[in-house]
Write a protein that binds this ligand. Structure first.
Ligand code: IPD
Ligand code: CA
Ligand code: CA
Length: 273
């Protein structure tokens, strides 16, 4: 088969290769550098990125690459591979086995292929536009939970949380009151894959990057869910807000976000409510 039709296969080969590297060094000491006060990067992130981009560029030398750790020559191709070589680096460094490799392929501005791979749990989530979402070859769909008060939600905190803790906690506070429970696994691509698989009913986060969400957004949509910004507009992976859900609780989640926004705009302290 020609390479043009092998996008998913190439993405899967690449995440598996990165997964092998992650497994090999998991639990060993890592030389850590910091991109920000609490934003770590290791040689494993870089090695995974090299392995992935080598596989992708070997198959498609004229395609563009947008990857977290390195700058790549701009080729103005309609094809762009969007890569998080290790999503959940903080977990990885602490021996916490929830981390992934995430690859999305954007074609003419639209995500058409998405793969999220968890090497320790050996879970391979993948989707192609219009063909559904899968976990280890089995079709997955979002949950049927119809009410926020029965919902398990996921979220995460951006790396500037120390400077904006109150802003992020406002949403957290309101959702923890209105939902069944919240988890913060530490890998946005996994959070989205879990919405697609019906493990989470909804997920929100701010200030994510395209490599955190490209693959996961496609997974959620192909599993029958909804992904928007905080105003309910279709998601743009380059923007700062993401709200993903099974679709059934989406409006309720949007309402919570809008209430929080309104309250903080009017400067009313939470304790006064
Ligand atoms: C991070 C994870 C985390 C999210 C952060 C991301 P990284 O990615 O996805 O869940 O809360 O905002 O930056 O740095 O581990 O690739
Ligand atoms: Ca990430
Ligand atoms: Ca990363």
């Amino acid at each position: 088969m020609k390479n043009e039709h092998r996008f998913l296969e190439v993405a899967i080969d690449a995440v598996k290769e990165a997964g092998k590297i992650q497994k090999k060094y998991f639990g060993h000491f890592h030389q850590i550098e910091y991109k920000g006060e609490i934003n770590p990067v290791t040689e494993v992130d870089r090695q995974c990125e090299r392995a992935i981009t080598q596989i992708v560029l070997n198959a498609y030398p004229h395609h563009d690459i947008l990857a977290e750790e390195g700058a790549f020559e701009k080729k103005n191709s309609p094809y762009k591979w969007i890569i998080d070589p290790l999503d959940g680096t903080t977990n990885y460094l602490h021996g916490f086995p929830i981390f992934s490799v995430s690859i999305g392929l954007e074609i003419e501005g639209e995500i058409r292929v998405g793969v999220v791979y968890l090497p320790i749990l050996e879970e391979m989530f993948f989707a192609e536009k219009g063909k559904g979402a899968f976990l280890n070859g089995q079709r997955i769909t979002v949950s049927q939970t119809a009410q926020l008060k029965e919902s398990l939600l996921g979220t995460g905190f951006p790396y500037d949380v120390h400077e904006h803790v109150d802003d992020y906690l406002r949403y957290f506070r309101e959702f923890i009151i209105k939902s069944f429970a919240i988890r913060r696994p530490g890998s946005a691509s996994i959070d989205l894959a879990y919405v697609a698989a019906g493990r989470f009913d909804g997920f929100w986060e701010l200030k994510l990057h395209p490599w955190d969400v490209a693959a996961g957004c496609l997974l959620v949509k192909e599993a029958g869910g909804s992904v928007t910004d905080f105003k309910g507009q279709p998601v743009n992976i380059y923007s700062e807000e993401i709200l993903a859900s099974n679709g059934l609780i989406h409006k309720e989640m949007l309402r919570v976000i809008q209430e929080v926004n309104k309250r903080s705009a009017s400067g009313i302290a939470q304790s006064a409510k």
